[in-house]
Design a protein around this ligand. Structure first.
Ligand code: ASP
Length: 319
């Protein structure tokens, strides 16, 4: 029996470890993945997802999320929503609708209210402190970019019935303009899945990721029988090089993928942590580090110091 789950960033660890066993049973496709993303959304110290997410320029938390069932190709997505406790649940719900499957802002909130979704104030004291600190920094040095805080939790799951599902959830770019939507809820860019082939999700600078529809591109490479273990890095490298040619730079881009057999692959142009568990191995955190020209990826287990530093950075008081 094959099953697997992969997620972006170290923040996916506990959630995948808690839910991966569900993939052995024949529950509804995506149930384990949605529950795992809910757990990341609910944890206040993951500062770029759900409750405790980083606010926009006006100190409001605006959230994006998406879900795709690779067996039916059904998609649900939401962009720029405020105060919906679990955006991934709403995205999953919308994937079961024939119409109106991508809703944004006030319309999405109205729909969530009508459907009885839970609302709560998603702005934590800690996120407000991050905002104030950033505001002070930007005032003292106007040459600084405001947009250097972000991360998306994205997951791909394969259950024992061969259903591949993907999901994403994020507060997007810290200090973004109200209404800005990144790649995470945009089908083909932040996520894509086809159970006959594979699934992929992205994290990084949305404005660059959606220039290349990178999640769809990875899945299409898998359709052409490229090996998931190497092709994801090739996709990132090729696109990174293209953007450097056109703009002189490329933002951070990281992608995780599973093929239909539960084999996984990763591509990144920056240091990137990810989490994977499957029929062969317990859920494990890894660190991917590309070489300078992105032709090689070194994947290691993070050191105890790296893990401790990560935990400390999440929780230490903001000065
Ligand atoms: N891709 C997300 C966005 O642009 C942020 C991230 O994953 O880091 O909204």
């Amino acid at each position: 029996m094959k099953y697997a789950m992969i997620g972006t960033w170290r923040m996916a660890y506990e959630a995948i470890a808690n839910n991966i066993d569900q993939l052995k049973q024949s529950t509804a496709p995506g149930a384990a993945l949605v529950q795992a993303i809910v757990e990341v959304e609910n944890y206040p110290y993951f500062k770029s997802v759900g409750y405790g997410g980083l606010p926009n320029q006006e100190c409001e938390v605006e959230l994006d999320a998406a879900f795709m069932n690779g067996s039916t190709l059904a998609i649900g997505a939401i962009g720029g929503v405020k105060n919906i406790k679990n955006p991934i649940k709403l995205a999953h719900h919308l994937s079961q609708e024939k119409f109106n499957s991508f809703l944004v802002a006030a319309g999405a909130e109205k729909y969530a209210q009508q459907q009885g979704f839970e609302f709560t104030n998603m702005l934590t004291k800690r996120a407000q402190q991050h905002y104030q600190k950033k505001l002070d920094l930007l005032r003292s040095d106007p040459t600084l970019s405001p947009y250097d805080g972000h991360d998306t939790v994205g997951m791909v799951s394969l259950d024992s019935q061969n259903n591949l599902c993907v999901g994403t959830s994020t507060s997007g770019l810290f200090m973004k303009k109200p209404g800005r939507v990144g790649d995470s809820p945009v089908m083909g860019s932040g996520f894509y899945a086809d159970s006959e082939v594979g699934g992929a999700v992205a994290t990084g600078l949305g404005e660059d990721i959606y220039k290349g529809c990178l999640s769809f591109l990875v899945v299409e490479k898998l359709r052409q029988n490229f090996d998931v273990k190497t092709v994801v890095q090739e996709v990132v490298k090729e696109f990174n090089d293209k953007l450097i040619q056109k703009y002189g730079k490329c933002g951070p881009i990281s992608i995780v993928a599973l093929d239909k057999n539960g084999e996984y692959g990763v591509g990144t142009n920056c240091e990137f942590s990810f989490v994977v568990g499957n029929h062969n191995q317990v859920t494990t955190i890894y660190l991917a580090q590309p070489n300078e020209d992105l032709t090689k990826l070194t994947i290691t287990k993070p050191s105890p110091k790296w893990l401790a530093d990560y935990d400390r950075a999440r929780k230490e008081p903001i000065k």
